[in-house]
Design a protein around this ligand. Structure first.
Ligand code: ATP
Ligand code: MG
Length: 237
């Protein structure tokens, strides 16, 4: 069954593009082979005639709605350096292109991941939220960032969609982290159990046109992405 997962957060630099790229790579099954049972591919079971395939690769479409084109830049590096993966496809889908690209992707994909721009084009973001089964809201661990998430969460609620808030760039051993997480949960925020640390590997692997599950499958960063990918997928199901 097709799933559509949108990454939205009106605050710039929260980690939308980072999450979209690394999660899409994990969901596409790229770079996960080495760590078979760390990630339960069976949860993705794709009935392709031969029943459920344990490690089937999903056909993943990435739609880049951001005029900054960061996700597209990453994909370009990937295309230039490596052989094409026929199960990972990127389309620029900003502005008027969205509905066309979305219907094309719907016909062909197992999963569509949509990366949205910060503030700016709220109508595109609204459409991307409307199309989604689940909306990921990355948030950095500061009160300002958390407050800034409110308008995104409200938009998601207005569209009647489910949100999952993901703490990103969490510093190690931060007491603030625990306190904020408690406070957010107590305030009824849809906080994911999995979060991402502040790790250079997230940036460096994107520079190489890769995802961490692919470039550093044994790293903590990759383990965090696999955990998050599993949690988000179950919630989107
Ligand atoms: N978990 C992380 N650890 C280390 N660096 C990170 C992490 N997440 C994001 N970054 C870095 O933070 C910066 C902003 O991340 P990113 O571009 O993904 O945010 P964004 O929400 O897409 O930004 P924009 O709103 O401009 O689209 C980038 O330099 C990225 O490499
Ligand atoms: Mg971005």
């Amino acid at each position: 069954m097709l799933r559509i997962i949108t990454v939205a957060q009106q605050k710039g630099g929260a980690g939308k593009t980072t999450l979209a790229a690394h999660l899409a790579m994990a969901w596409a099954g790229l770079g996960t082979e080495q760590r078979g049972n760390a990630f339960r591919w069976s949860a993705f079971g794709r009935n392709n005639g031969s029943g459920l395939v344990g490690k089937a690769k999903r056909r993943v479409y990435l739609l880049d709605l951001d005029p900054q084109e960061s996700l597209s830049d990453w994909f370009r590096v990937r295309e230039e350096r490596y052989e094409a993966d026929d199960n990972l496809i990127l389309r620029q889908a900003g502005g008027w292109r969205l509905s066309g690209e979305l219907s094309r992707a719907r016909r062909d994909a197992d999963l569509i991941v949509i990366d949205t721009p910060p503030h700016g084009d709220t109508s595109a973001t609204r459409l991307a939220v409307r199309a989604a089964d689940l909306v990921i809201v990355p948030t950095q661990l500061s009160p300002m960032d958390v407050w800034a998430s409110k308008s995104t969460l409200e938009l998601i609620e207005r569209e009647g969609k489910q949100a999952i808030m993901v703490l990103n760039r969490v510093p190690p051993r931060a007491r603030l982290a625990d306190e904020l997480m408690h406070a957010l949960k107590a305030a009824g925020m849809p906080l994911a159990s999995a979060h991402l640390g502040n790790r250079i590997a997230f940036a460096s692997s994107l520079m190489e046109g890769k995802g961490v599950t692919e470039s550093a499958p044994k790293s903590l960063a990759a383990a965090e992405i696999r955990l998050l990918a599993g949690e988000v997928w179950r919630k989107a199901a």
